[in-house]
Design a protein around this ligand. Structure first.
Ligand SMILES: Nc1ncnc2c1ncn2[C@@H]1O[C@H](COP(=O)(O)OP(=O)(O)OP(=O)(O)O)[C@@H](O)[C@H]1O
Ligand SMILES: [Mg+2]
Length: 232
């Protein structure tokens, strides 16, 4: 099993008190699944994603990623796991404004200590994969929203992570551009990636193969998506 979550709880401390946010979740995700996590604002979606992405740890319970209990890892091992296994995609792209497309995509490889020539090769390949070979030297401000998100997806792909975690990846895009991004996720899923995306919109969740609804920090429903929208 790729991801195994057992009775996971998370609370945030606010002054003296502990505010529970995730109330004991059990969740299993296999390699190459395509999952959408939905739920109202404040239901704990981003909190869960941060834990899944090893950006944050649970207050109690277990998270096994590739059969390793993430709670047993120290900070260095945790960030190594994160860099190796997970590519992040955010609503607002999180690109560095002063860097061009290639430089933004190269960044995770800089952190991973990959030498310059190899870095450039991998970044070019990732940008080609998302259809941006003609925008290599453009800065984020010189790109459209959809193109910015493609750069961010190339940055997520460049380390060859296997798991793509996306928090509202189409949230800042118009619906037509959003569909183009969903088409890219569909292709990346077919190529063997595991995709976990968070969305408010049922229309976006309709592209995934499995829909999980969170409500008040608990899994309210978890179903295969039988009416999956097809992209040609
Ligand atoms: N760092 C934090 N400290 C304290 N409380 C937090 C923190 N992060 C989130 N919370 C609280 O945890 C709850 C869940 O937040 P979370 O961001 O996971 O919700 P969400 O489902 O992603 O919402 P949205 O759809 O608005 O993005 C909210 O009530 C929020 O106020
Ligand atoms: Mg959120």
């Amino acid at each position: 099993m790729l991801i195994e979550i057992k009775n996971l709880k998370k609370s945030y401390s606010l002054g003296e008190s502990e505010i529970p946010v995730i109330h004991g979740i059990n969740l299993y995700i296999e390699k190459n699944e395509y999952v959408a996590i939905m739920g109202p604002s404040g239901s704990g979606k981003s909190t869960l994603m941060n834990i899944l992405g090893c950006l944050d740890t649970a207050s109690s319970g277990h998270y096994y990623l590739n059969n390793i209990d993430v709670n047993t890892l120290d900070d260095d091992a945790l960030s190594l796991t994160r860099n190796r296994e997970i590519g992040f995609i955010f609503q607002n792209f999180n690109l560095l404004p002063r860097l061009n497309a290639i430089q933004n995509v190269e960044l995770p490889l800089v952190y991973a200590g990959i030498p310059g020539i190899e870095r450039r090769e991998k970044a070019l390949k990732a940008l080609e994969r998302v259809g941006l070979s003609d925008r290599l030297h453009h800065k984020p401000s010189e790109l459209s929203g959809g193109q910015r998100q493609r750069v961010a997806i190339a940055r997520a792909l460049v380390t060859n992570p296997g798991i793509l975690l996306a928090d509202e990846p189409t949230g800042a895009l118009d619906s037509k551009t959003g569909v183009e991004i969903m088409r890219l996720f569909d292709e990346l899923h077919k190529e063997g990636n595991t995709i976990i995306l968070i969305t408010h919109e049922q229309e976006i969740a309709d592209y995934a193969h499995r829909n999980i609804y969170l409500k008040d920090g608990m899994i309210h429903s978890d179903k295969p998506n039988l009416k999956r929208k097809q992209l040609s």
